[in-house]
Design a protein around this ligand. Structure first.
Ligand SMILES: Nc1ncnc2c1ncn2[C@@H]1O[C@H](COP(=O)(O)OP(=O)(O)OP(=O)(O)O)[C@@H](O)[C@H]1O
Ligand SMILES: [Mg+2]
Length: 266
């Protein structure tokens, strides 16, 4: 688990991707290209002797939401872990807000504003919901207050005294996300947040993601559930065998659906 803070800068001033689609987005982006917050170039990663990532390239600008899609074992989770320095060895370049991090340790990387929600969620069963929420250190300013978090996740407020073990899968997932929002992370790395959850919870998560994007947060979503991801994302990166093999902008989705289905095996 790691969740940390970047700076005192609050949510961005409505910065949007240049490919935002709507007229409002087009106007907002004239003359002020949002800053690239994360730029991954020729990233290789290993677990022990196993060479898993073979030159991953992608980037995300402030306020954008991109997905990493792919079949099981494509290397999506490893990409998130490699960004955070949680793999055995890595090479290439990972710039966070213009700072090279490929040789940094995880705690230092996280402090540049990355909030990681791992597949396994990492909720402590012996702590209450609220204790879990308060656990990660609050470093710097800009994180959401407990009140803001509870208004975004009313279930967590209701369940705040329940032990971690008593929370449903959906509540645990919301708690795992809420925890990194409180810490003040500006770039969220979310790994398969919809996995195994009931459709109604998936819908709630969709609303939460939209709200976070509207606040100006920058989000990388690792997903299997393309139907969930498609309406949320500015851009999709498809991975296969530890590489990005296709990039699909949201404006190209209709034309490239068949291609995506082929890559994803759906
Ligand atoms: N700790 C590890 N040690 C050795 N190999 C690993 C480890 N974790 C993952 N791998 C291998 O790395 C490859 C990529 O795994 P990764 O977890 O990144 O896939 P993924 O795209 O997230 O897919 P999924 O989540 O569906 O498994 C797979 O071949 C996997 O077996
Ligand atoms: Mg995975």
């Amino acid at each position: 688990m790691s969740a940390n803070v970047m700076s005192a800068a609050g949510p961005s001033q409505g910065a949007k991707a240049p490919s935002g689609g709507s007229a409002a987005h087009a106007v907002a982006s004239v003359g002020a290209m949002p800053q690239t917050l994360l730029k991954v170039s020729d990233l290789h990663a290993w677990y022990g002797e196993s060479h898993i990532l073979h030159g991953v390239d992608f980037e995300i600008r402030e306020g954008e939401l991109v997905t990493l899609l792919g079949r099981n074992g494509a290397g999506r989770s490893t990409t998130l872990k490699a960004i955070l320095g949680l793999v055995g060895k890595r090479s290439g370049s990972i710039q966070v807000g213009g700072v090279e991090t490929v040789h940094m340790l995880t705690n230092k990387i996280a402090r540049l504003g990355l909030g990681y929600c791992p597949e396994e969620r990492g909720i402590f069963s012996t702590l209450s919901c609220e204790e879990n929420l308060l656990l990660p250190p609050k470093v710097g300013e800009g994180g959401m207050s407990i009140d803001e978090i509870y208004s975004m996740f009313p279930n967590l407020k209701e369940r705040r005294h329940s032990p971690g073990t008593r929370l449903s899968g959906g509540e645990q997932q919301m708690l795992a996300m809420a925890r990194i929002l409180r810490s003040g992370a500006k770039v969220l790395l979310l790994d398969e947040i919809t996995e195994g959850l009931a459709p109604v919870i998936v819908q709630t998560l969709g609303r939460v993601i939209r709200a976070l994007k509207a606040k100006g947060l920058t989000i990388i979503l690792v997903e299997q559930n393309f139907r969930f991801a498609a309406p949320l994302a500015d851009r999709h990166y498809v991975m296969e065998h530890g590489k990005i093999v296709a990039v699909v902008d949201k404006s190209e989705l209709q034309d490239k659906t068949a291609l995506l289905q082929e890559f994803l095996g759906v």
